[in-house]
Ligand binder design. Sequence first.
Ligand code: PMP
Length: 394
Amino acid sequence: MEYKFASRMDRMKASEIRELLKLTARPEIISFAGGLPAPELFPVKEIAQVSHDLVLKEGQKLLQYATTEGRPTLREKIAKRMTEKYGTPVDMNDILITTGSQQCLDFAGKLFLDPGDVVLCESPSYLGALNAFNAYQPVFKEVPTDGEGIIPEELDKILATTPKCKFIYVIPDFQNPTGICWSLERRKKFIEVINKYDLPVFEDNPYGELRYRGESFPTLKSMDTKGLVSFLGTFSKIFCPGLRLGWIAGPHTIVEKFVMIKQSADLHTSNFDQGVADAYMDTYDLDAHVKEIVELYGHRRDLILKTMEEEFPEGVEFTRPDGGLFLWVTVPEGVSARKVFDKCIEQKVAAVIGDAFYPNDKTDRSLRVNYSCMPDDKIVEGVKRMARAIKECM
Ligand code: PMP
C-alpha cells in the first residue's frame, strides 16, 4: 500500500541515533551513548508507598480526567522550586505541566513555526529538540558556540541579516550534548541581543540542578525584562523520567497558547503521575534525593575525566563539565569521528557521533559521551577502549 503521508513526514527520517542505540545496546558493549539517569537512584520503595497511599486516599479523583494546566498543588510546588532552586520567581498560573519537557519542544514548534520559518539554535544542540521542530518544516540557523556558551555577537549578526526568525532554542546549563554552561557575561550579552530584536527564547533547563561544583548562574528567564523567555523544566533528571513530568514557566500569553495546544494534544498530563510526584514531595525530601544524584554523577564525572586525561592520546580534547550528564570529545584535525565510532564498536565501546547534533553543519570531529549511568569499573574500561580506538584512527 502506498500511503499519501503529509509532506512533513519526508523530513522525519528514522533517527540515526535510534539505530546507533540499537547497536550499542548489545550486552558486550560498554555504552556511553545513551543519556539515561542512573536507575539505582530511583526512589522505588518510596514511590510504591506514596502511590499506594494516594490511590486509597484520592483514587476516584486521581483516576478521573483533570484540568489541562496541571495538578494545582504540584504547580505550586514547581513555582516554589523555580524561586528557591532556579532563582526565578514565577506565578503558579504561568506554569503548565506537560508530558515531559519534550512535549514543550513540540508545542513551541506548533505555536511558532510555519514551513520555511527560521528557528535558531546553538551549534551543536539537543537532537530531540531539532527533531521536534523539524516536523514543522523550519529552516535551522546555527549560532556558533565556544567553551563559554553561545557567542552573542554571532547571534546579533544572524538576526541583523535573517528575516523570519521566530524563536531561539537554547540550553544554557550543562548543555546536551557538550556539557557546557554559559558564563554570566554571555548570559547578559545574550539578553541584550534578544531585547534588541524582541526575539522569543525557549530556555531548556533539565540539568541546572545537577551542578557538581561552583555557583549557579542566573537563568535567562530571571534576567528577562521584556517577557521574551519561556523556561522549560523537568522532573526527569532530578526524580524519574518514566513519570514524564515537565513544565513550562513562561510569559502568560505563551502559557495560555500552550494550554490551548495541550487541550487538543492530550487533554492533560497523567493525573496519576502528577499525584505521585506531588505526594512524594509532601512525604520525602526531593532536595536530599537530588543531592544523592549530584554526589554519584559528580564522582562519575571526576573518574571519567581522570581516566580520559590518563588514557587519551595527545591532541584529543574534551569538555570538563561542572554539571549534567554529558561531555564532548573532539578528535584532532584530520581524524574522522565516524571512523573513531566504528573502531569503538570493534573495541566494544560506544558513544554518539557528534554530527547528529548539528542540523546543518557537519564537522565529523566530535563524539558525545554520557557518564551518568555507568559503574566505576566500566567507566575506566570503556575509556581505555575508546583511547585504543582513537589511537588506531590517528
Ligand atoms: N531537553 C534536553 C536538553 C534533554 O536532554 C532532554 C532529555 N534527554 C529533554 C529536553 C527531554 O526531557 P523530558 O521530556 O524527559 O523532560
